[in-house]
Design a protein around this ligand. Structure first.
Ligand code: C2E
Ligand code: MG
Ligand code: MG
Length: 545
């Protein structure tokens, strides 16, 4: 495109030169056939003179002024009809005026063009280093590079050190040398610009990210000798891609390469290439951003999974399990968003929301003749929060709930940490009548040493054991030993994730107290849970009698 603009510029000058050249004899004939210089038409000559000055500058303005002066001077009669000549002073004065017009217009336009060029240079280049800047990138046409574009952000990590120790002038030279290395050695259509004082951006047609990364690193590893000083440049490169060159001009794709260069710097790596993991992190980041409104917008809801008593076969509890129906991504399961939410303060409002809704459900079930437990999952972050207990008590009071029918599930990692706040909070919950359960037992550290430190009511054996209990005698042994030990500590045992009858029978034989799993029911929508549990219990009672 630049070439097209240049060629248009070139041809447009030729066209104007031809027009000016033709206009002289034409205007001469025009003045002649309208009766001679006596009449007003000679003023038409100012047009080609001015044009020559504007387009071709001072020199050509003066020359054209002279030619016009002669054509309309001694060569043109005052009155054609009588062939009366002009007096010398008359045509000479006119010629001086023509030369002045041509010369002055040329002079001022030359000056104007020079200033314009200077400003353009300033606009397109970094003020200190004179290396092309971001505006320079914008000057290219949207299709300058076709197809996918590789973009690399190069950060000069030791910029401050170089400037401080050797001076800013040396640093400016460093940038220039690096710029020229890149510009000379990268593929022909590459663009190299200085994005800020310590950052360069490189763009060229994407071929192979790994090879291109190596190539840039190799170029930057050249020995730098500036004014006899051997310099070590500590750089970090972030490499990313853009779907096309047009997108690069929005500068958005550089966010990734910049971030990666920062990551490379933090981790002392020469370069880091954009990968799917980063893309996933970005997705997670967006997701987390939209979670802040999810609770307010009623995008979250609870499902309830029944837990049955292995002796009576009736539903004794339901576990509240959160779901998020995201308008953009559809249904999101807790394992895909809770770890993200847990990394922020949002986990507190989320848990408060779960508790409030679970308490309401417990009351609703009770009012419909089903006074069962509702089990709620807590995050370790909740227990570390010194204000958590007070908030829970407040919610229960507001909702008129019954702590004696609520179970809080925590994972064993919380207990293993022996955190002061967590321990205190658990103790206070116990005093207030809440039940406590250890969730996913066996998934992590698997130690029962903390059991005498806390007053725990239930131990929930992780579902991964259930899937192996039939085929693995050692798993069976572990589960059996765990059940026995838990009973010795007066804990009731819940088997999580029971999916088939065979496992159910086996686990019953081990003396497990409660069963939860897909065999009984998958998590049930909040408006269906009462109906499901009532029917299940009725059927169970009937089969017993
Ligand atoms: P969890 O507390 O251990 O909950 C049990 C999980 O196992 C649930 O997954 C449940 O659907 C699944 N499950 C139950 N029975 C079976 C089975 O027979 N087979 C299989 N394959 N899976 C079964 P879900 O609902 O996806 O929840 C996953 C985890 O997310 C929960 O594990 C819990 O740690 C967390 N979570 C869920 N809701 C909340 C919440 O409100 N707050 C917090 N802090 N965590 C929650
Ligand atoms: Mg749980
Ligand atoms: Mg569990």
């Amino acid at each position: 495109m630049k070439k097209i603009i240049e060629s248009i510029n070139y041809y447009h000058k030729i066209i104007i030169a031809v027009l000016i050249g033709m206009s002289f004899p034409l205007i001469y004939l025009f003045v002649y056939y309208t009766g001679g210089i006596k009449y007003v038409y000679s003023h038409t000559m100012y047009i080609p003179i001015l044009l020559a000055g504007i387009v071709f500058g001072f020199k050509y303005g003066v020359i054209c002024g002279l030619i016009a002066g002669v054509l309309l001077g001694p060569l043109m009669p005052l009155v054609v009809e009588t062939n009366e000549p002009q007096v010398f002073f008359n045509w000479f004065y006119r010629m001086i005026m023509f030369v002045l017009i041509g010369g002055l217009s040329g002079y001022f336009f030359d000056k104007y063009k020079k200033t314009l060029k200077k400003n353009e240079k300033l606009y397109l280049h970094h003020p200190d280093t004179k290396v092309p800047n971001i505006n320079f990138l914008m000057e290219y046409s949207d299709t300058y590079i076709d197809g996918k574009v590789l973009i690399a952000s190069i950060i000069i990590n030791n910029k401050n050190r170089i400037s401080e120790v050797l001076g800013t002038d040396i640093y400016i030279k460093v940038i220039n040398v690096i710029y020229h290395f890149l510009d000379d050695e990268l593929p022909k259509e590459s663009i190299v610009v200085q994005a800020d004082s310590e950052k360069l951006w490189v763009l060229f047609k994407l071929r192979n990210m790994d090879e291109d990364g190596e190539k840039i690193t190799k170029i930057l590893s050249h020995d730098l000798d500036i004014e006899g000083i051997k310099l070590f440049i500590d750089f970090s490169i972030g490499i990313s891609e853009s779907i096309n060159f047009k997108a690069c001009k929005t500068l958005i794709p550089f966010r990734d390469s910049d971030r990666l260069a920062g990551y490379a710097k933090e981790n002392n790596l020469p370069y880091v290439i954009f990968d799917k993991e980063l893309l996933h992190k970005k997705y997670e980041f967006n997701l987390l951003g939209s979670f802040s409104n999810a609770l307010k917008n009623n995008e979250t809801f609870l499902t309830y999974q029944p837990i049955i008593d292995s002796n009576t076969g009736s539903v004794v509890a339901v576990e509240a399990l959160i779901r998020w129906l995201n308008p953009d991504h559809g249904l999101i399961m807790p394992n895909d968003f809770i770890p993200l939410v847990e990394s922020t303060k949002l986990i507190h409002s989320m848990t408060n929301w779960v508790i409030r809704n679970a308490v309401r459900k417990q009351i609703e079930l009770k009012e419909n003749g089903l006074d069962i437990f509702v089990s709620i999952n807590l995050s370790s972050k909740n227990l570390h929060n010194p204000l958590f207990y007070k908030k829970v008590v407040e919610i229960i009071a507001e909702e008129n709930g019954n702590p004696n029918k609520l179970i809080f599930e925590v994972t064993e990692t919380v207990l293993l940490k022996e955190d002061k706040y967590s321990k205190k909070t658990i103790e206070k919950f116990k005093e207030a009548g809440f039940r406590m359960a250890i969730d996913d037992f066996g998934k992590g550290y698997s130690s029962l040493t903390y059991l005498n430190l806390y007053e725990i009511d239930y131990l929930k054996i992780d579902r991964h054991f259930m899937s192996k209990i039939i085929n693995s005698p050692s798993v069976l042994q572990i589960v059996e030993a765990t059940v026995n030990l838990a009973h010795q500590f007066n804990l009731k045992v819940v088997a999580e994730g029971v999916e088939d009858q065979e496992t159910y029978d086996k686990i019953l034989g081990l003396g497990v107290d409660y069963i939860q799993g897909f065999l009984i029911a998958k998590p049930i929508k909040q408006d269906k849970v009462l109906d499901w549990c009532t029917k299940f219990n009725n059927k169970n009672n009937k089969s017993k009698s």
